[in-house]
Write a protein that binds this ligand. Structure first.
Ligand code: SF4
Ligand code: SF4
Length: 261
């Protein structure tokens, strides 16, 4: 998957992401997924990122685009990459974005930075952010096909997780420092995989939903860093961070469950 056959460490990371996405969805649906499990997964994912540089799907997605731009034949790497991205998108469509929530190292380090207690800057314009991210996806593909440019490399997460000092590493450190104040700037403005998984998660079957126990106090809406906690929100930009659930004063008012049919 994403060329994982060429490096067993990459394969371990990808298997981890897919397996834990499914296990997490199962635990969420049973009401057994706690904040402690989430914190533990974020720590494990960050360790995976530094130790194996996996599951670094945005990086592998860029590699996939490069292969296509170079006109390479659909061989094992391309085929497994397309299948891999398809599996993650399918999982987002079934269960929401568990991968982005705590299984992507790039998202996990931003999430960890945001937990540093300080006054936050709310950025709630999810439509504008998603539009910018969609344009970046187009620019990234266009740049690769027309000019052979690897736009994502300028954001430095690759060097950061490989512990290599470079201009890119400094860019990513600035992104991380920004993440202390603003929720996941890279994920919400730049990440091309986030753009794809958001589309996948629009019709997600399992997601956080309000029940009749809701007393409309609005606490979840004020706590949500991505402006996805209103009853009518699609949850396509929900990172399953649990902030809405943790502030909700009514037991059972927010549940992770199947779409009402
Ligand atoms: S949006 Fe991109 S960088 Fe952020 S968690 Fe999802 S895949 Fe990772
Ligand atoms: S606060 Fe709730 S709705 Fe908002 S991103 Fe976190 S889990 Fe999703």
């Amino acid at each position: 998957m994403f060329g994982a056959n060429s490096n067993p460490l990459l394969l371990i990371g990808v298997v981890y992401a897919v397996t834990i996405s499914i296990v997490s969805a199962y635990l969420w649906a049973g009401g057994q997924f706690s904040a402690r499990i989430r914190h533990l997964l974020i720590i494990i994912t960050i360790i995976f990122g530094f130790a194996t540089f996996s599951p670094m799907i945005p990086h592998q997605f860029q590699g996939l685009v490069e292969h296509l731009a170079e006109g390479q034949r659909i061989g094992t790497i391309l085929f497994s990459g397309i299948i891999g991205l398809g599996i993650l998108t399918l999982l987002a469509a079934l269960f929401g974005r568990h991968f982005c929530g705590y299984l992507c190292p790039i998202g996990a380090v931003q999430e960890a930075a945001y937990t540093i207690p300080t006054k936050k800057i709310p950025v709630q314009q999810k439509g504008i952010l998603s539009a910018i991210r969609g344009l970046f996806l187009v620019a990234m593909i266009g740049g690769a096909f027309l000019f052979g440019i690897e736009l994502l490399d300028y954001f430095g997460f690759s060097d950061f997780f490989k512990l290599t000092l470079s201009a890119g590493t400094l860019v990513f450190i600035v992104i991380l420092l920004t993440s202390i104040l603003i929720y996941r700037p890279f994920c919400r403005i730049v990440c091309p995989v986030g753009a794809i998984l958001q589309i996948g998660a629009f019709p997600a079957i399992y997601k956080i939903r309000r029940t009749d126990a809701c007393i409309e106090c609005g606490k979840c809406e004020r706590a949500c860093p991505t402006n996805e906690a209103k009853a009518e929100d699609s949850k396509s930009e929900c990172y399953l961070c649990r902030r809405c659930i943790e502030v909700c004063p009514k037991d059972g008012a927010l549940v992770y469950g199947r779409k009402k049919v």
